[in-house]
Design a binder for this molecule. Structure first.
Ligand SMILES: [Zn+2]
Length: 111
């Protein structure tokens, strides 16, 4: 049985050497171990990229949601301030303001 060795150049012990592990996979006439076989590496890198992209997308989605919540809270505070000052001018009941705040809070929770 021919003992093929992986031809991949690696950095080890402060110098470039061939990997030297037992090679089981051929690619373009060269032999590689399972770690260094180029098509296997490409597939593993693609899988890692997909995983990383999915994680980043989850982080971005969380950040978007958080920004939406902060914006909704700021809008509620701003609306409360505007209604408060309008109420001072018009002398209207505080019931409208309280009701509007309840409706906005429910809308935010329903998101
Ligand atoms: Zn190797």
């Amino acid at each position: 049985m021919p003992a093929e060795m992986c031809v991949q150049r690696v950095w080890r012990d402060h110098s470039h050497r061939t990997c030297g592990k037992a090679a089981r996979l051929e690619h373009n006439g060269e032999w590689y171990c399972e770690t260094h076989h180029p098509p296997t590496r490409v597939a593993k890198d693609a899988a890692k990229d997909a995983q990383r992209n999915a994680e980043w997308e989850a982080v971005r989605a969380f950040n978007r949601r958080w920004r939406d919540i902060v914006a909704a809270r700021e809008a509620v505070i701003q609306a409360a301030k505007e209604w408060g000052s309008a109420e001072e001018k018009d002398g209207e009941s505080a019931t409208d303001l309280a009701l509007a705040l309840v409706v906005l809070r429910e809308a935010e929770q329903a998101k």
